[in-house]
Structures are given as C-alpha cells and as structure tokens.
Design a protein around this ligand. Structure first.
Ligand SMILES: NC(=O)c1ccc[n+]([C@@H]2O[C@H](COP(=O)([O-])OP(=O)(O)OC[C@H]3O[C@@H](n4cnc5c(N)ncnc54)[C@H](OP(=O)(O)O)[C@@H]3O)[C@@H](O)[C@H]2O)c1
Length: 243
C-alpha cells in the first residue's frame, strides 16, 4: 500500500478522547485553489491528483464508516470504496452511509449495485421518520434493493441532525467515521462542533466563480488545531486534530 504522509498517520494514531457516545469523526474533502469542491452546477470534478487519491483511499481503510449526503450520492454516484489501493494487500472497507432524510437515493446507484454484485459493503441510508407515502414507497424500494434503512428521529434540521445521526451510528457499532461531503454536509458537520480530524486536499487548479464552494464557520472549528501541511504528488494536504 502506498505510504500516507507521516503526519497523517500520526493524526490517526492519536488517541482522541470524546465524552459523547459517538464515532470519532474525520471531515475530509478536496478543493481547488479558489476553494471550490465541484464545478459549475455541481459538476463532479476529480480535483485530487493520483497520489492524494490513493491517500484518501488509504484514509478510508482506517474508518468503520464513510458518509456522504444524498446530494453527492445523486450527483456523483460514488462507490466510496478503496479501489485505488494496490490489489492483493488486505485492508478493511468502510460501510458506506448516506444521509438521506427522504430516501432519494437511486435504487440502481453504484453503492447498491456493488453490494448486490458482492463488490461492496451494504450501504446504509439514514432517513427521517415520516408519514409521507412517497417517501415510504421509496424507502421500501431501497430496502428491497439491498440498502439498510436506518431511522433517525433527530435527522431533522441540520445542526441537531448530525449529533443524532452520530449517536445512531455509534449504537450500530461505528466507532470511526470519515465524512466526505458534499457542501451541505461539510457545513453541517463543521457547525456541529463534532469533528475530531479535518483533512483538506488542496489541488493546484482554479475552478472559477461559478463552481460550488463550501462554508466553514471559524467558530465551529475552534476545537481543532493545525498539525501540518505536506505535499502529496501535485497537491497539498492540510491536517487538523482536535485539541
Ligand atoms: N471535492 C470534494 O471533496 C467533494 C466531495 C463530495 C461531494 N462534492 C460535491 O458536492 C456537491 C454536492 O453537495 P450538496 O451540498 O449538493 O449535497 P450533500 O452535502 O452531499 O447532500 C446534502 C443533502 O443531504 C441531506 N441531508 C440529510 N441530513 C443532512 C444534514 N444534517 N445536513 C446537511 N444535509 C443533510 C439533505 O437532503 P434531504 O433533506 O433530502 O435529506 C441535503 O440536501 C456535488 O457537486 C459533489 O460533486 C465534492
């Protein structure tokens, strides 16, 4: 397996103490020089170079779960696996988790197909309890396609949604969670104050003003301290750890 930067392995070896019953959370994403995470209209961009992509896939192996919002799941149809790591080296695969209050995930998405074809773990969909028949129909279809549907009462509203979801995931055995975006999820997790590690990949490209950016409220990240910046291939990786 390609070696991740030493400061990054150190961040993951650090024994973080948390009071709440929740997984340890790593928030991570790739951005351009002008702080965009996607192109015009949300067009998916492969911002990371080859080496930092491998590093991101290595990070996935040290987490029990990997989470995205349904916006990313619908837009990018991600696989959230470790396919860029060298074949033949055994490593663990995180459980894919989608925050999807209204069960909008497509039944033929790659996460579900990979699971059905034995090439991925069962995707978990976190939805909000509802009486809405359209949502309940979609929920049933997702369930019969193979997704595990998890109810979270507290998944309403952005900020409280995060703590409720983390408690639920902890109760299901997830002790470490890698959160990969997109924009709304980055904002929600940052504002929740429940991020223990932040790893940002900065790629040497400019997307332009019409690309999709993200917000990080400075107060929300006050719990984190800067660790190091290191070049990986053509990108720079910036790491923060909870104080
Ligand atoms: N560069 C990168 O590293 C990177 C990584 C990932 C994605 N992206 C880009 O990000 C874009 C997608 O971002 P996005 O903002 O549209 O979608 P998103 O953040 O992936 O998903 C947002 C959706 O998640 C659901 N959700 C459920 N609970 C939530 C909570 N507590 N907080 C926030 N959302 C919650 C909401 O839908 P419901 O209300 O229906 O549940 C919400 O609309 C795409 O263009 C993608 O390419 C970039």
């Amino acid at each position: 397996m390609a070696k991740p930067p030493s400061f990054l392995t150190a961040i993951f070896e650090e024994d973080i103490k948390i009071k709440e019953e929740r997984p340890k959370v790593t928030l991570t994403f790739a951005q351009s020089l002008d702080a965009k995470i996607a192109g015009v209209g949300g067009k998916q961009l492969i911002l990371s170079g080859r080496e930092s992509m491998v590093m991101t896939h290595w990070m996935r192996t040290v987490h029990d779960g990997i989470l995205v919002g349904v916006g990313t799941a619908l837009n990018d149809d991600p696989q959230l696996n470790t396919r860029h790591l060298p074949a033949g080296v055994p490593h663990s695969l995180p459980i894919p988790v989608v925050m999807d209050r209204r069960c909008r995930l497509a039944v033929d998405c790659k996460l579900i197909r990979n699971y059905a074809e034995g090439r991925g773990k069962q995707p978990w969909v976190i939805y909000s309890k509802t009486e809405d028949t359209e949502v309940l129909e979609r929920k049933e279809k997702l369930e019969s396609s193979g997704a595990k549907i998890i109810e979270s009462d507290e998944n309403n509203g952005f900020f409280p949604g995060v703590s409720g979801v983390l408690r639920t995931l902890y109760s299901l055995g997830i002790r470490s969670l890698m959160v990969e975006g997109g924009a709304q999820i980055i904002d929600s997790f940052a504002r929740s104050g429940l991020v223990d590690r932040l790893v940002v990949t900065v790629a040497p490209v400019v997307v332009g003003p019409l690309g999709i950016g993200y917000t990080l409220d400075p107060a929300s990240l006050a719990r984190l301290s800067f660790q190091a910046t290191e070049g990986v291939g053509i990108d720079h990786i910036i790491g923060f750890l909870s104080k």
